[in-house]
Design a protein around this ligand. Sequence first.
Ligand SMILES: Cc1cc2nc3c(=O)[nH]c(=O)nc-3n(C[C@H](O)[C@H](O)[C@H](O)COP(=O)(O)O)c2cc1C
Length: 193
Amino acid sequence: MNPIVKFLKERRSVAIRNLLPDPIPSTDLQEIINCGIRVPDHGILAPWRIKIIQGEARRYLGENILVPEFIKKQANASEKMIEVEKNRFLRAGAILSVISRVLPHPKIPEWEMQLSCGALCQNLLNASLALGYGAQWVTEWYSESKELLQTLGGDHKTDRFAGFIYIGKTQTTPIERRRVVAEDVVEKYNSTD
Ligand SMILES: Cc1cc2nc3c(=O)[nH]c(=O)nc-3n(C[C@H](O)[C@H](O)[C@H](O)COP(=O)(O)O)c2cc1C
């Protein structure tokens, strides 16, 4: 089988709990990002932004943004829950936060800009897995946090998180999950139907 097709047919995300927090070499991150931004992008609008979260910034964001944001949502949060938020970004070596940025355009609809951003996320995921890392694309509760969006360079008037790509070394190989089969979602168009 063609090795790229084999990869695409067999690739699997690795759950964040199975990632290690060791740093990711910047050369690898750069490769992943370069693959990420090589996506179909109607009009070359680059309707997306990536902010890399790594090193000490992971702890800083947890303590200074996630914890207060979480407490705003859940005033009676337990110590244990607060500890989870403090350490949330420490679960992986690097997290690529992906912001979808939709700007008015006379011809290209917003929907196409958002689709391009989803493709970017998938490229980031695939490139991470192809380099032998474990990776997972999640949104989790803080994707809706305006405070975090602003801290990571977004503007809530035009921007929205498309997700966070957690990347880490891993020692586990994920087992296959239940998959949709083509017969359930694909059929041939027949002009005589
Ligand atoms: C936009 C988007 C957001 C997601 N958000 C979450 C999430 O917040 N938490 C979660 O456990 N999984 C989330 N998932 C699903 C995970 O990425 C999951 O690992 C994935 O569906 C596994 O599939 P795979 O092995 O085919 O990559 C999300 C998926 C997408 C596409």
